[in-house]
Design a protein around this ligand. Structure first.
Ligand code: SF4
Length: 443
């Protein structure tokens, strides 16, 4: 019998750090808790069960994960504290050493059991549900009813990664690549469409590997084709793809269907081949450039973004300059710039030539300035053009949303258009986005 049977509904507070996959998984926990009669409450208030979905991708994320666990342990000494996610998977010892009573730890491979584990026990004893993530062959199926307060829904189609880039802790935290069966993806998409979502973001840890582990093997383009065939008033966005995994078939789908929005986020990490080799990234800058240029030719309106990791061990001034020059000559719409952060357990953490924090900061600042320039130049290309905008918020006669090609837009609207896709003429650039005019009556 559950500890909470015959009692009032347990109050459950969930907090989430990190990527869209964690966001999706936390939404699945919320769905399952609600289906089992629990009451979801804010993490800042009193609760009977606290769930912390942690992240380990940087030292900062790990520190924040520890802070949130400590806070939950302090808040209500009688509450059950359940810690999950990548930091829980790779640093369970550190979490147990935080002091006081040990929380319950549920590893990434056991996330589909988390809600039952949390509800089945009344007290917070030392419990560890970690499993051997490196041998995990099954993806945790985590259905989601919705994402309260959000207009865009996430759909996790894949988990894990087989690549072992030398700086990355994720393969150790999430295990090998596993794909969600197409039938389950389609059922989850149908559920989100029926709930009224107008945009679904396909997420995963390394979604270009989608389908390789399926029986028979499949691929991302086939899955996207089937999602588009569901019909309905829904658009799909792909969260991130490695350059070598953008197939011609996938590009054909982007070109043929406006419901697969023209936005591609393609991690680069460094614009210098020597650094890429040390990172164990499986491509050279020339190949990356070819892919970006091919996309820009076939999909001239696409927003193409890149991740860049700055201050990787041994990154010289010359290698950093090469990265700046490489990025400046590509048709990119924006950059996500991160300082390298040493993750214990990865190959790069042991490399010589760790770059001083001050140098990293200066390099990050320089690339963030380039990011601003790229964003401004991309937006300027669309002045006077009409784009479909998914409205995320409406307040006092002003609507805010995002175009299909990832431009934040603000425009006057006399009535609440939240969660509608409308046509907007982009009229001027602003610091953080564009101003527009709603073409009322045109959808
Ligand atoms: S491709 Fe590299 S950076 Fe991306 S999750 Fe896998 S190991 Fe990490």
């Amino acid at each position: 019998m559950s500890a909470h049977d015959n009692a009032k509904a347990p109050r459950v507070a969930i907090t989430t750090l990190g990527c869209k996959v964690n966001q999706y998984e936390s939404a699945a926990f919320a769905t399952a808790f609600a289906e089992k009669g629990a009451a979801l409450v804010p993490f800042s208030g009193p609760a009977d069960i606290y769930v912390i979905n942690t992240c380990a991708v940087t030292g900062k994320a790990a520190a924040e994960s520890r802070r949130l666990v400590r806070r939950a342990l302090r808040r209500n000494p009688g509450a059950r504290v359940v810690v999950t996610g990548c930091y829980a998977q790779v640093a369970s010892k550190e979490i147990r050493a935080l002091g006081g009573r040990p929380p319950c730890i549920v590893g990434n491979g056991c996330k589909d059991q988390l809600v039952d584990i949390a509800l089945e026990h009344g007290a917070s004893d030392l419990e560890l549900y970690l499993g051997d993530i490196g041998r995990q062959r099954r993806i945790a199926h985590l259905p989601v009813a919705g994402f309260p307060g959000r207009t865009r829904a996430y759909l996790k189609i894949q988990d894990g990664c087989d690549r072992f880039c030398s700086y990355c802790i994720v393969p150790y935290a999430r295990g090998p690549s596993r794909s969600l069966a197409a039938a389950d993806v389609l059922a989850q998409a149908r559920r989100l469409i029926d709930s009224g979502y107008r945009e679904i973001v396909l997420t995963g840890i390394h979604i270009g590997l989608y389908g390789l582990d399926c029986e028979p093997p499949s691929d991302l383009a086939s899955l996207v084709r089937r999602l588009l065939a569901l019909g309905g008033d829904i658009r799909f966005r792909i969260s991130s793809l490695e350059s070598a995994e953008i197939s011609e078939e996938l590009l054909d789908l982007f070109v043929a269907s406006p419901r697969l929005v023209p936005h591609l986020h393609i991690p680069l990490q460094s614009g210098d081949d020597r650094v890429l080799r040390r990172m164990n990234r499986p491509y050279a800058t020339a190949e990356y450039a070819q892919v970006v240029e091919r996309i820009a030719t076939r999909l001239p309106e696409a927003a193409i973004g890149a991740d860049v990791l700055v201050g990787f061990p041994g990154e010289s001034e010359e290698e950093f300059e090469a990265t700046c020059a490489f990025l400046a000559r590509l048709p990119l719409a924006y950059l996500h710039v991160f300082p390298y952060s040493r993750r214990p357990g990865t190959v790069a953490a042991e490399m010589a030539g760790q770059v001083p924090a001050k140098v990293k900061e200066e390099r990050v600042a320089r690339l963030r300035r380039l990011d601003e320039e790229l964003r401004r130049a991309f937006r300027a290309r669309f002045v006077g053009r009409v784009r479909p905008v998914l409205v995320e918020r409406w307040r006092r006669g002003e609507a805010r949303g995002l175009t299909d090609n990832y431009i934040p837009v603000c425009f006057p609207a006399p009535r609440n258009l939240a969660n509608q896709v409308v046509r907007v003429r982009l009229v001027a650039c602003e610091d953080k986005g564009m101003l527009g005019d709603w073409l009322e009556g045109e959808g």
